[in-house]
Ligand binder design. Sequence first.
Ligand SMILES: [Zn+2]
Length: 371
Amino acid sequence: MAKEKNYKGLFIRCLIALIFVGLLLSTYFVREQIENYLNSVLYPEVSDDISNSKLIMHFINVGNADAIAIELPNGEHMLIDSGDNNNTSREALISYLDNNFFENGEEKVFDYFILTHSDADHVGGAEIVLNTYKIEKCFRPYQFTEQEATENNITNKNNIVTTQVFQKFVNALEKENCEVEFFTVNSDINFSDFNINFIAPVETTFSDTNNYSPVMILTYAGVKTMFTGDAEKEVEDSLLDLYSDYSGEYATSVLDIDILKVGHHGSDTSSTEDFIKATTPSYAVICTDGKEYGHPSKTVLNRLQNNGTKNIYRTDLNGNIVIGVSEDGTISAVLGTITKGFKIEWYQLVILVGSVGLVIIFTIGKKKKAK
Ligand SMILES: [Zn+2]
């Protein structure tokens, strides 16, 4: 009797399984619609047409270092950082700027040259930039060579930098004879249709050189891009204190942005969970070679993904990254190397859903055998 019942049960399960597999296979006829829908949700397409963009940001692949050249909507040029202190990085920077940034015959001028902090992977190419291009105005961190410190009565050792590469930058800056500003939160650059808001540094002395970095929000056509240099957790925390209401609702805060230049090459000393929740960027750019110091950190990558960042671009995987914003706020991106993202295909779905479904059909409600 029990055996007969078992056979009956098995028969019913087989029947259900057959119908289930049949239904699953019949989705073959709408496989394209299913694939397109899932892939558009998981991997939204970004247009690579930047011809209508008025703001164009070039994240140049200069190794584990930063160099971001920007064509501003008013036609002015900005350069944030200058790559690393080695020939490969410097050559990558200069050849990119000459071949891809400045147009043929155009006067090679940077209206703004911003050095975020004294580290070699940011000021490494500053000397050659100053010697190669005309610089109208240079924004530098509140950091000084020993000689400058003596001349200006700077006594806090944290503000004094003794590296050769920083000395070379300061020497070249003196020769350039351009306007120089030690950036603060009052260094905002305002035009009628765009502005750059400096929200950090909120202090003048830091024990960690990374934290001298400015945090700047460039707003154009309703699109906000945040540049962070190597600012770390301490800076992020102070910004959260200043701009978030901590009621769990971050959306209205100043920090809510669209595009994030991820702090400190994607290191987990920056990009805290709270900071990513507050900023919720749709796009994130990480400037890294993917080798040194374990940058970018897996934790940071997961954190971005889990908080809704759909497009994560990395100079180690994508090469030079160009992001454009048009007058109506459309964002486009051109990647130097297209690393084809994982795409879901119909047969993968069938295998996945099919195997899970069959396991459920054949195990659910089965009584454990009595001992
Ligand atoms: Zn750095």
